[in-house]
Ligand binder design. Structure first.
Ligand SMILES: [Mn+2]
Length: 337
C-alpha cells in the first residue's frame, strides 16, 4: 500500500516521538474510547510512552475497554490546563476533526508547540498543516485506525483486535449503520479470530441496563407525548427525574433513540434539565427530515439528523412552543414533497 504524503508524515511522526497522548471529544463515546484503547496497546507494542487524556472519566459501560483490552493497565487522565501537565511530543485526536470541541487542550498545546494529529471518519477538512489520517467513507474511526496500524505494520494482538471490534460494533450499532459498504463486515472477519468473547463486547456496550436505569427509561417513556398524527415525539425530563433514578444525563440518549424507533415518528425532541433553569435541547430525525435549522434557531448546531442547543433561564414549555412550528413545518413540507 502506498501512502499519501500526509499519511506518511503521520507515520514518520509517530515513529519518531517517544511520548504520545491520545484524546477524543468531550462526552467520549464507544468509538473514540475504543480507538484510544486499541492505539494504547499498539503504541505499547512500539515501546512508546502513552497516556489517554480525556475531558472526563469514561462512563461505566465503556470502562471494560481500558480494563480488559490490554495486558497492561491503561491510565485515563482528565485534562486540566491549569495543572499544566508535562507536554507530550504528540497528541492524537480520535473521532472528530473539530478542534473547537477540544479548545482548552488545543490552546494549551499550541502554546507549547505540541502538534495535534487527527484520526477520524467525519466530514470536514483539517487544515493542510495538520497531521491527519482520515476517511469520511469509513463507518467508524476504528476502521480508519485499522488502516493506520496495518500501514505501520503493528502486529495485531488480541488486545488491539478486541478494542477495534468494540469500536466497530459501537459505531455501526451492531452493523446497522455500515454506509452501504461491506468494509465493516470485512474488518470484523479480520478481527474476530483474535477476539475471544465477542458477545461480551456487545453485552457491555448494549446490554448494560440496571434496574434503576430501566425505571428511568420506563418513567421517561411514560412522560413521552407522540403528536401530529404520530410524527413528532416530545419528552421533557426535569432534573428531579435523573435524581430519582440516579440516572446519568447521557441515559437520556436511549430515550430519544427509542422515540425515533417508533415507525411513524419523523422527529424526536428531548428537553433535559441539566441544572436548574438550564435546558439541553436534543433533536433527532429520520433520513429526509432535518432538525439543524431548529437547533440553530436556539443558537445551537449539529447536523441534519442530530442537533441540539443549550437554553438558559427558560422553562421547557416555552422552548417547546418555539420549536414546534419549525419541526411541524419541516415534517409537513417533507411529507408532502
Ligand atoms: Mn465515530
Amino acid at each position: 500500500m502506498s501512502l499519501s504524503s500526509k499519511n506518511a508524515a503521520l507515520v514518520d511522526k509517530i515513529n519518531g516521538v517517544k511520548t504520545i497522548w491520545l484524546t477524543t471529544h468531550p462526552q467520549a463515546d464507544g468509538d473514540g474510547l475504543a480507538c484510544q484503547a486499541a492505539m494504547t496497546s499498539a503504541l505499547f507494542e512500539l515501546g512508546k510512552n502513552v497516556k489517554v487524556m480525556n475531558f472526563e472519566a469514561p462512563s461505566g459501560k465503556y470502562r471494560f475497554l481500558f480494563e480488559r483490552a490490554t495486558g497492561r493497565k491503561i491510565t485515563v487522565a482528565v485534562f486540566d490546563a491549569d495543572l499544566d501537565p508535562a507536554p507530550p511530543d504528540l497528541i492524537i485526536l480520535f473521532d472528530t476533526n473539530d478542534f473547537r470541541l477540544i479548545e482548552s487542550m488545543a490552546t494549551w498545546a499550541r502554546a507549547r508547540n505540541v502538534p495535534i494529529a487527527v484520526l477520524d471518519h467525519h466530514q470536514g477538512q483539517t487544515p493542510p498543516e495538520t497531521l491527519a489520517w482520515t476517511d469520511s467513507e469509513a463507518a467508524s474511526s476504528g476502521e480508519v485506525l485499522l488502516t493506520l496500524l496495518e500501514a505501520m505494520k503493528v502486529p495485531m494482538t488480541a488486545a488491539i483486535a478486541t478494542a477495534l471490534y468494540a469500536s466497530l460494533v459501537f459505531d455501526t450499532q451492531n452493523f446497522r449503520f455500515i454506509r452501504a459498504s461491506a468494509r465493516s463486515h470485512i474488518m470484523a472477519a479480520k478481527l474476530l479470530p483474535l477476539v475471544t468473547e465477542p458477545e461480551k463486547i456487545h453485552e457491555s456496550l448494549f446490554a448494560n441496563l440496571t434496574p434503576s436505569k430501566l425505571g428511568f427509561i420506563a418513567a421517561s417513556l411514560a412522560a413521552m407525548r407522540i403528536e401530529a398524527e404520530g410524527t413528532l415525539a416530545v419528552v421533557t425530563l426535569p432534573k428531579t427525574m435523573f435524581l430519582r433514578y440516579a440516572a446519568d444525563p447521557s441515559d437520556s440518549g436511549d430515550v430519544i433513540d427509542m422515540a425515533l424507533n417508533v415507525n411513524s415518528v419523523k422527529i424526536a425532541l428531548l428537553l433535559r434539565e441539566d441544572e436548574s433553569g438550564r435546558w439541553k435541547v436534543s433533536m433527532r430525525s429520520k433520513r429526509g427530515f432535518s432538525v439543524l435549522s431548529a437547533a440553530e434557531s436556539l443558537g445551537g448546531g449539529g447536523h441534519s439528523n442530530a442537533a441540539g442547543a443549550t437554553v438558559l433561564d427558560a422553562d421547557p414549555s416555552s422552548i417547546e412552543l418555539r420549536l414546534k412550528p419549525l419541526l411541524l413545518g419541516e415534517i409537513r413540507s417533507k411529507m408532502t414533497s
